[in-house]
Design a binder for this molecule. Structure first.
Ligand code: NAP
Length: 307
């Protein structure tokens, strides 16, 4: 029986692993399908303390993994399909056909990029529709592309894409960016980025080969419809928390974010803790996720010493 299983391998998961490993709990991490979490799909991280010159997201995650393993954390590349609580208070997890048994569980499963839900969307993913500029930006050199959204992610993606694309349209449903001031200014000052204000994408248009060729736009103010030719659409409209597999073990809000005990990482199930973006719809930063991972580890440790 494991002392603690950490589900998810982003900032929250690795920090929980570092702390529980240093407390001699020999944590087992089940990483899921995107080890390293959202930072593996980002470029430079400029606001993680300790890196005055910035650090690339994937490198930061590799370093966190090395740090966790150095203290004895075990990392298994498996996705948890189900979890149940036994009568003795322990947890049974099924992951890729294997069963794991643990006294405590830290859910640090993060959140997945949201899409618009337009017809034909699934077929176009990977054919000119994506939510990862870092992964796919370099495929679209010297062609026009667009980014949907007005937050920090959208601005970061738009800025990054100007390295490759001939033009980057930033399609936003309002006429003011939600992004932080520094990001918004960077985007609005970039001559290769053209904001398309008060507009929503109502249709993706594919060519004969099934590749993206344009989007249909609706201007919410003028009510006019138009077409914009783009070779790729980068969607950056927020995320969906990965909490569904926990079922009734956790209480969630209307958007699926896990509700923790006030000021804590404890959930409604004793021995089950939640950390990072799966529970945090407010801060959603790498450093706050790491902080929650630390808090969850300390709570798990105290729970174990009390039982
Ligand atoms: P976000 O801040 O929630 O922004 C989502 C954007 O998408 C908003 O502009 C929103 O429009 C728009 N949107 C949402 N649903 C839409 C829909 N159905 N159709 C059209 N547009 C839609 O999400 P995020 O940009 O992913 O950022 C999440 C968090 O991570 C934030 O706290 C952000 O600060 C942080 N972050 C930080 C960095 C960094 O510091 N380097 C980088 C990336 C993200 P409205 O504005 O009209 O609501």
């Amino acid at each position: 029986m494991e002392n603690v299983i950490i589900i998810g391998a982003g900032c929250a998961g690795y920090t929980a692993a570092i702390y529980t490993a240093r407390a001699n709990l020999r944590p087992l991490m089940l990483t899921g399908t995107q080890p390293g979490g959202q930072l593996t799909t980002t470029t430079e991280v400029e606001n993680f303390p300790g890196f005055p010159d910035g650090i690339m997201g994937p490198e930061l995650m590799t370093r966190m993994q090395q740090q966790a393993e150095k203290f004895g954390a075990r990392v298994a590349w498996a996705k948890v399909d189900s979890i149940e609580r036994r009568d003795d208070g322990s947890f049974l997890l099924k992951a890729g056909g294997e069963a794991h048994h643990a006294k405590t569980v830290i859910a640090a499963t993060g959140a997945t990029p949201r899409h618009l839900g337009l017809p034909g969307e699934e077929k176009l993913i990977g054919h000119g529709l994506t939510s990862c500029a870092t992964c796919d930006g370099a495929f679209y050199r010297d062609v026009p592309v667009c980014v949907i959204g007005g937050g920090d992610s959208a601005c970061e993606e738009a800025d990054f894409l100007t390295r490759f694309a001939s033009k980057v349209y930033l399609i936003h449903r309002r006429d003011e960016l939600r992004a932080s001031k520094i990001m918004a200014e960077r985007v609005l000052d970039n001559p290769k980025i053209e904001p398309v204000w008060n507009s929503v994408v109502t249709e993706y248009l594919a060519d004969d080969k099934g590749e993206m060729r344009a989007v249909k736009l609706h201007n919410l103010q003028t009510k006019e419809d138009s077409e914009l030719e783009v070779a790729c659409v980068f969607v950056a409209i927020g995320h969906i928390p990965n909490s569904g597999f926990l079922g009734n073990l956790v209480e969630t809000d209307e958007n699926g974010y896990i509700i923790q005990k006030p000021g804590r990482t404890a959930t409604r199930t004793p021995g089950l803790f939640a950390a990072g973006d799966v529970a945090d719809h407010y801060y959603r930063q790498a450093i706050t996720a790491a902080g929650q991972g630390c808090a969850a580890a300390l709570e798990a440790e105290r729970y174990l010493s009390g039982h």
